[in-house]
Ligand binder design. Structure first.
Ligand code: GLN
Ligand code: ZN
Length: 759
């Protein structure tokens, strides 16, 4: 019997119920009991839904109040002091949230991107001194919860090697050295899971799809030799995803596990060698339904892979059919997307629809293709229709792209010459202060937008309200002493969606939410046709703000790489081509801003790093086209116009050459949480242009003192010359309230003034 399995399910809820419950709890409106009840209800709903779709292996323990990596760390007692945990018993929810969000006394843990996704995890800080103890078996509890409601689930653990590789230990640079201390805690977890009544456990080792660091192979052998013995009778499914096993296949083949999950969407080519290498008695979980994109599967192709696997073993190989990875990264259900163009809607599958594909493929493998005949025909028809879509390939756009010259990807003069002209125009003080763009999206702003969506306000009234907020924001920034102002981005629902709504080729969803971090979700737009800009998108907002002040106002744009990376993109043409189409649209917008008198244009690329392929071998090609696309977007601007870019959650060490090649005049980066460590890459590289290291972590509600920001800035001054340093927060302020932004910006300006006096 082929098993239809799932690796993980969206946890936020079809209507973002978890977000609402979390935010009510943080605001003191929902007690912990209520939050836990809401979470249990969501889990019950998810289990029932998956079961109802025909999934036999329903995951559990994939739920998290904020982040599953953080919860793994807490379950093993990796909690630094100062967050309210006594060291005994389960880590309280209040501690979990303190670690995730920070408190007035203690900063939040560092947060970073989960592989090449837009999901963020909190970086665990284990230590040899603290050691590891299973203080709460959250996985056994998840199994028991399912069983109590009649559903035997398959708990999901982040595997010990990946857990350590994703950690930043406090007392060693070599996280894998901690493995021998960690393993007993994992063994205890597995024993508890078996006792709770699970038949299988899924152990995620996504690092197996990456280039492993030295020592990892030995660590994997040690870990799985031990874990395989911890709970005899409990099936161990080792899962990797986001890529192929590549040269790690022999290692995986040598591990004493009971099953292996392969991502056959990212790397279908790994099936044949895996069938050779993996023991014939091993269960094989074939990830043939894309967990990273929203397109309906090519069922016939997926079925071909499954059949290949079945045939290769003469029918003896035991198979599971699954999505390529957890469905955490796609929206939950297409059912509510009633406003999408029907031609697009037919081509889509969200989590619910993907599970139906998984279940159908598993059935077809057991019962014969004929049980799926109608679905296969439909899948063929949808693919044929997509191929025949004339609006997907526009001759005017192809012609413009073909006419791009190398000169169009280069500013007229080198940085030093540009900087002089810009300074002559702008007259900024040393260590200029700016923000990243967005100002608080208050209830007032969101309600105005909701009223517009419901037709309760006219577009004219809505725009007047946004213009008034912009004016207030300009006045406040002038009074606060900020040197380079922003218009505040009040009119933007989201930095990608706002543009996507105005560009040809994109579609936006109503409820297509995907978790980004904690309670924060994004609804990535869908790129399904050639992209072009029919009309200016931001110019009147920037021009309005600039008309109110003599100080420079930055025009704010989202860059081509981020516009691609934070969308669900078509797969029928290369990503490079999609990115260049977007770059031309952004280039037009930048030039229009310049023509409207805007002296500084910021092209945000927070997703630049995220797009980097996980495997080193594929990186150069990505960086080549990503850099070129950014330069194409920015290089229509004259020397006297200053180009800023912004990136958050990036490690720069291995891409600093590409960052320099972007040739932005100023780059603002996220450095507050890492206490300026991220700046080392810039200093070590002799980064030539200006940098604005974040001195205020806006992802936390905590307001830092001026002295704290000044201390961070002094650390930056030790690494880079004052003449090329700016001061700014880590990211936009849209998620913060004015009660935090006003004092924090006040402190930021005070810190800048103090430092200028010291120069
Ligand atoms: N300009 C955007 C803002 O301030 C940038 C956001 C981001 O980098 N994520 O909101
Ligand atoms: Zn940012």
């Amino acid at each position: 019997m082929t098993i239809a399995a799932n690796l993980g399910y969206p946890r936020i809820g079809p209507r973002r119920e978890l977000k609402q419950a979390l935010e009510a709890h943080w605001a003191g409106r929902l007690p912990e009991d209520g939050l836990r009840q809401a979470a249990a209800a969501l889990r019950a709903q998810a289990r029932a839904l998956q079961r109802g779709s025909g999934i036999a292996h329903v995951p559990s323990g994939d739920f998290a109040f904020y982040d599953h990596v953080l919860e793994t760390a807490c379950a093993f007692g990796c909690v630094p002091p100062g967050y309210g945990w006594s060291g005994e018993g389960p880590v309280p929810l209040a501690t979990l949230f303190a670690l995730a969000r920070g408190t007035p006394e203690a900063p939040a843990l560092e947060m970073t991107k989960w592989f090449d996704t837009n999901y963020h995890y909190l970086v665990p800080t284990p230590s040899a001194a603290q050691g590891f103890r299973l203080v709460e078996n959250r996985w056994a509890a998840a199994v028991a919860e399912g069983l109590a409601l009649g559903c035997r689930t398959r708990p999901v653990l982040l595997g010990p090697v990946s857990f350590l590789l994703l950690s930043k230990p406090l007392d060693t640079d070599r996280p894998l050295d901690l493995l021998p201390r960690l393993l007993p805690a994992y063994e205890a977890a597995l024993r508890g899971i078996a006792e709770a009544g699970a038949a299988w456990v899924q152990i995620d080792e996504p690092c197996l799809a990456t280039d492993l660091p030295a020592g990892a192979e030995a660590a994997y052998r040690l870990a799985y030799d031990r874990l395989a013995q911890a709970a005899p009778g409990l099936g161990l499914l080792l899962a990797s995803y986001f890529g192929g096993l590549g040269e790690n296949l022999p290692l995986v083949a040598s591990l004493p596990v009971d099953g292996v999950h392969l991502d056959l969407v990212r790397d279908p080519g790994q099936l044949a060698p895996a069938l050779e290498a993996l023991r014939p008695d091993l269960w094989l979980s074939l990830g043939v339904v894309d967990g990273r994109n929203v397109w309906r599967g090519d069922l016939r192709r997926a079925f071909g892979l499954l059949r290949q696997a079945a045939a290769r073993s003469g029918g003896a190989r035991r198979l599971m059919v699954a999505p390529s990875c957890s469905l955490l990264h796609v929206p939950q259900s297409l059912a509510h997307e009633t406003a999408l163009d029907p031609a697009l809607r037919r081509r889509l599958a969200f989590a619910e629809e993907k599970l139906a594909e998984v279940a159908l493929l598993a059935r077809a493998l057991d019962e014969g293709e004929s049980v799926a005949a109608a679905a296969f025909r439909e899948s063929d028809a949808v693919l044929a229709e997509a191929r025949a879509d004339a609006a997907a390939h526009r001759a005017d756009i192809a012609a413009r792209l073909a006419a791009v010259t190398p000169a169009m990807e280069r500013r007229a003069s080198p940085f030093a010459a540009r900087a002089a002209r810009q300074q002559a125009r702008l007259g900024l003080p040393p260590l200029p202060v700016t923000t990243i763009g967005s100002l608080p999206q208050t209830a007032e702003v969101r309600q105005a937008r909701a009223r517009l969506a419901r037709g309760e306000t006219t577009p004219a009234d809505y725009e007047a309200a946004m213009a008034r907020l912009t004016e207030e924001a300009v006045r406040w920034q002038e009074a606060a002493g900020i040197d380079v102002l922003v218009h505040g981005e009040f009119e933007r629902n989201d930095m990608v969606k706002y543009f996507a709504e105005q560009l040809d080729g994109y579609a936006v969803t109503k409820h297509g939410w995907v978790q980004s971090y904690g309670s924060r979700c994004v609804a990535p737009p869908i790129i399904w046709r050639d992209v072009a800009r029919p009309a200016p998108m931001t110019v009147r907002w920037a021009a309005h703000a600039q008309s109110l002040t003599a100080r420079p106002v930055k025009g704010m744009l989202t860059g081509p790489v981020t516009m691609l990376q934070w969308a669900f993109a078509r797969e029928d043409i290369p990503r490079e081509t999609v990115c260049r189409q977007i770059a031309l649209a952004i280039r037009d917008e930048a030039e229009d801003l310049e023509a409207a008198g805007i002296a500084i244009v910021q092209i945000d690329e927070p997703a630049f790093r995220e797009g980097l392929p996980l495997r080193a071998a594929a990186r150069a090609d990505y960086l080549r086209w990503a850099v070129a696309a950014f330069r194409l977007a920015a290089s229509g601007l004259g020397d006297a116009t200053q180009v800023h870019t912004h990136m958050c959650y990036s490690e720069f060490e291995d891409i600093i050459g590409a960052i320099a090649a972007l040739d932005a005049d100023v780059i603002s980066i996220e450095t507050a949480r890492s206490r300026m460590a991220l700046l080392d890459a810039f200093a070590g590289f002799d980064y030539p242009n200006a940098v604005g290291p974040g001195v205020w972590d806006i992802h936390s509600p905590r307001v830092p003192e001026a002295s704290e920001m000044a201390a961070l800035a002094r650390q930056a001054l030790r690494r880079l010359p004052a003449g090329r340093l700016w001061l700014n927060p880590d990211c936009g302020c849209k998620t913060r309230g004015w009660a935090e932004v006003r004092p924090a910006v006040g402190n930021l300006v005070a810190a800048a003034r103090q430092l200028r006096a010291e120069l």
